[in-house]
Design a protein around this ligand. Structure first.
Ligand SMILES: [Zn+2]
Length: 139
């Protein structure tokens, strides 16, 4: 199970909407327990240095600063997120090919249906995609 602070989801969504029609992206930081649950404490919106509607590259300087802040808060980098402005909330072939970290969470927000955003979380290992359930928590 993945627990996501509602206010952090709202931040992610707002950033993704502001970046339209380009893909938005960023990192997620938090903690994990022994049962394999992940707790996303903070969403970090970062610059998509590709400025593309179909690709993203995380700004390296922004990544460094985000990871530094996570460590300072006692969190760890849990993975990344990006938006799909015009396609479903699942990893594209390119997303799967570029998913080199099998321990990372990949969050994908689809904005394909205006007014009905869809966020899903995945683990990707050796080309195999596994969807993880997200539970939203408040406070
Ligand atoms: Zn993608």
């Amino acid at each position: 199970m993945i627990y996501l602070q509602l206010r952090e989801y709202e931040k992610l969504l707002e950033h993704a909407l502001q970046c339209l029609p380009e893909e938005a992206c960023g990192l997620i930081g938090g903690s994990q327990d022994d049962l394999g649950n992940s707790y996303i404490e903070k969403v970090y919106p970062l610059e998509n240095t590709d400025h593309s509607e179909e690709h993203f590259s995380l700004d390296p300087g922004g990544q460094l600063a985000a990871v530094k802040e996570m460590r300072a808060n006692g969190w760890k980098p849990l993975g990344n997120w990006h938006s799909h402005p015009a396609s479903p909330s699942r990893p594209s072939e390119e997303d799967i090919r570029l998913a080199y970290d099998s321990s990372a969470l990949y969050l994908i927000l689809s904005l394909m249906e205006r007014g009905a955003p869809v966020l899903n979380a995945f683990r990707i290992e050796g080309g195999h995609v596994e969807k993880k359930e997200i539970r939203y928590i408040q406070g």
